[in-house]
Design a protein around this ligand. Structure first.
Ligand code: PHE
Length: 337
């Protein structure tokens, strides 16, 4: 009899469960009407008188232990159940932080998109460039100030960080026969003090078109198509004479002020015009340097800073913002693609 009490007590102590059904089944099989403990009570009358007291005490203790065990297990199981139910399935999920495209990338893609509509392909080249591709082939005279340490980051006498992506166009001309119609987007470097208006690196898209009989008028129409697509149908352009070693004649292209539409404001310094790119007819010396016959072929080239275009589209007036990675700035830009 006493042995039975001890065995059952061990069983009660060993039992563990978080499952309410299992706990209830346990309760029934020990404390239910036909349960193990209940039936021990029924055998109480068979216990010899001298043991009745001890047996009674032990049996009560067993019953209480089992009842307590069932209660605690049920409470724990309910707690677990409650914490599961605490999940509010109707709550909006934690937002995942999706990045947005950098404004320079957005504008670069737009520029590429516009030129691809009229058949320009995209060419890329190295940012670390040799003197030939960055300067010599482009007809820079030996003593030209752009070769000066002030403008160029030299790595050695012959190697520098490219100062423009015209270097890519030299590579294209060396490797392909006309007709050539390509743009070269990319990062360029200039040894400038960093300020709101200048940076030691920026991004360009330069373009090149070479074929038989390409004229200055072709260039003007191409660039007019670009500016209208970029800044709006009402945009006007003007070409001012300029100088670049690799183009002859050379020009600067202005667009009618995107802010005041040509009326005059502080962005265009009350002139109504904004300078956005350099352009011109490829100098015959450059064609010759790249083994293209200047008697047969002619072409035009142009080059613009992406930051400058982005500045006009987004009205951002500090160049440094583009490379500071300030999320408050970057989050403002959303691209359509
Ligand atoms: N390479 C020139 C620059 O970096 C831009 C340019 C390109 C001008 C082609 C004329 C023709 O400023």
């Amino acid at each position: 009899m006493f042995d039975q009490i001890h065995t059952i007590l061990d069983e009660v102590n060993e039992f563990e469960s978080y499952d309410l059904k299992q706990i209830e089944a346990f309760r029934i099989s020990y404390l239910g009407k036909k349960g193990k403990i209940t039936s021990l009570f029924q055998s109480f009358r068979d216990v010899p008188v001298e043991h009745k007291k001890e047996f009674g005490q032990k049996l009560n203790m067993l019953k209480n232990t089992a009842a307590e065990k069932v209660n605690t297990l049920k409470q724990n199981a309910n707690k677990g159940k409650k914490s599961q139910n605490n999940i509010d399935y109707s709550l909006t999920p934690q937002p995942t932080n999706l990045g947005s495209r950098h404004p320079i990338s957005i504008i670069r893609e737009q520029i590429i998109g516009i030129f691809s509509q009229i058949g320009f392909s995209v060419s890329e080249g190295p940012e670390i460039e040799d003197d030939w591709h960055n300067f010599t082939a482009l007809n820079f005279p030996e003593e030209h100030p752009a070769r000066d340490m002030q403008d160029t980051f030299f790595i050695s006498e012959e190697i520098a960080l490219r100062t423009h992506t015209s270097s890519v166009q030299v590579r294209v001309m060396e490797g392909q026969k006309p007709p050539i119609r390509t743009i070269s987007p990319g990062r360029v470097y200039r040894n400038e003090a960093i300020s709101a208006r200048a940076h030691c690196f920026f991004h360009q898209v330069e373009g090149l078109y070479i074929d038989e009989g390409v004229s200055f008028a072709d260039m003007k129409q191409t660039l007019l198509f670009f500016t209208k697509a970029m800044f709006g149908e009402q945009t006007k352009i003007r070409l001012r004479p300029s100088y670049f070693p690799f183009t002859e004649p050379s020009a600067e292209l202005d667009v009618s002020c995107t802010i005041c539409k040509g009326k005059g404001c502080n962005v265009c310094k009350y002139s109504g015009w904004l300078e956005i790119m350099g352009c011109g007819m490829v100098d015959p010396n450059v064609l010759e340097n790249c083994n293209i016959d200047p008697k047969k072929y002619s072409g035009f080239a142009f080059g613009m800073g992406i930051e400058r275009i982005a500045q006009l589209i987004y009205e951002v007036n500090d160049l440094r913002l583009y490379s500071e990675n300030d999320l408050r700035f970057l989050r403002q830009f959303k691209s359509a693609n």
